[in-house]
Design a binder for this molecule. Structure first.
Ligand SMILES: *Cc1c(COP(=O)(O)O)cnc(C)c1O
Length: 338
């Protein structure tokens, strides 16, 4: 067996797969691209988005370790935390969510993602921004507390972004390769915690997919941070699973000029783009991730940065990673645009 053929770890079925690959009705022609939507927003209805693919491997790993409780963390409106809560309920596991808020003494009312997480029975604990920065320490304390109570906790890092979670997108690339018949492609995605990017970079190399490349749009940190993070997750996965694939930081293509005011913050132009896409394609992007990445793709292409988008090389696939529930808290800012 060649190293690149190393077998994937166990998974539990949670996602509706394969997700459709659909041609863009309007934006492709407008941008002069052969543009496709990879509909990972259709991995499920409540259990929707890219995190579901990662959770298939993460929960299989938790079950292999005979855990009975998963513990994870994220922002107050984390898609990952909502997906983890629902996936845990499906598997009969308990779930503890550590959610970052400005003031843990006065957290915002349950709504959208946090409402769904709680609906699925997750125990929610709020952390301040400062506590969240020290979350490794807090995770240790929560794990200790759960053990004392006789529970068997399993930690899932922010975004489900580690070597195990990366398998979600290693396998998604095999799915896409089949759908495209192996044609050259640029896969465009939103980068938040790097696990999706790491899976894509590993998946493309594992397939030895000629003419395939990935282009990530950062939604929070800068280019160098994501290059480091993605290469580190890829290295961890390669070592743990014997993939023998080397992802160099400098080979990870990230654009960080469309973050806007900050994580989970947006601009009127980005919101207008979300309205435009909903009306012209019937596809709903979100302000935190996919809206930023798609806004960035359109801007780069309109600016004539063909080398950036790589249109001449073939198809451009926009990976729709979900996030619809994250749109709902933006109702007040969207209303004037409607
Ligand atoms: C988490 C998330 C991302 C980013 O994925 P990472 O693996 O964290 O980089 C993109 N889009 C949506 C909708 C997400 O919820």
């Amino acid at each position: 067996m060649t190293p690149a053929a190393a077998a994937p770890p166990p998974r539990v079925p949670l996602a509706r797969l394969p997700t459709p690959l659909e041609p863009s009705r309007v934006f492709g022609a407008r941008l002069g691209l052969s543009l496709w939507w990879k509909r990972d927003d259709l991995t499920g209805s409540e259990l929707t988005g890219n995190k579901v693919r990662k959770l298939e491997y993460l929960l299989a790993d938790a079950e292999a370790e005979e855990a009975d409780t998963v513990v994870t963390c994220g922002g107050e409106q984390s898609n990952h935390c909502r997906a983890t809560a629902l996936a845990a309920a499906r598997r009969g596991l308990r779930c503890v969510l550590l959610l970052r808020v400005p003031d843990p003494g006065a957290p915002p009312p349950l709504a959208a993602n946090s409402l769904l997480g709680r609906l699925a029975g997750a125990e929610i604990r709020y952390l301040s921004v400062d506590e969240y920065r020290r979350r490794a320490e807090i995770f240790r304390a929560v794990v200790e507390e759960l053990r004392v109570r006789g529970r068997r906790p399993y930690i899932i890092p922010e975004g489900g972004s580690n070597a195990v979670g990366a398998w979600g997108y290693i396998q998604a690339m095999a799915e896409l390769h089949t759908q495209l018949g192996g044609r050259p492609v640029t896969v465009v995605y939103a980068a938040g915690s790097g696990g999706t990017g790491a899976g894509i970079e590993l998946g493309i190399r594992r397939l030895r997919w000629a003419g395939a490349r990935a282009l990530g749009f950062a939604v929070c940190d800068d280019r160098a941070t994501f290059q480091r993070q993605i290469a580190a997750i890829a290295a961890e996965a390669s070592a743990r699973f014997g993939l023998d694939i080397d992802v160099q930081e400098s080979d990870v293509d990230i654009i960080d000029s469309y973050i806007g005011p900050g994580y989970a913050q947006t601009t009127p132009e980005m919101l207008a783009m979300i309205v435009d896409v909903a009306r012209s394609e019937g596809i709903v992007l979100d302000p935190v991730y996919t809206g930023k990445a798609f806004f960035g793709l359109c801007r780069e292409q309109t600016l004539g940065n063909a080398a950036v988008v790589g249109s001449s090389a073939g198809d451009v696939v926009f990976l729709h990673t979900g996030g619809i529930f994250g749109l709902l808290p933006f109702a007040d800012r969207l209303r004037p645009l409607l």
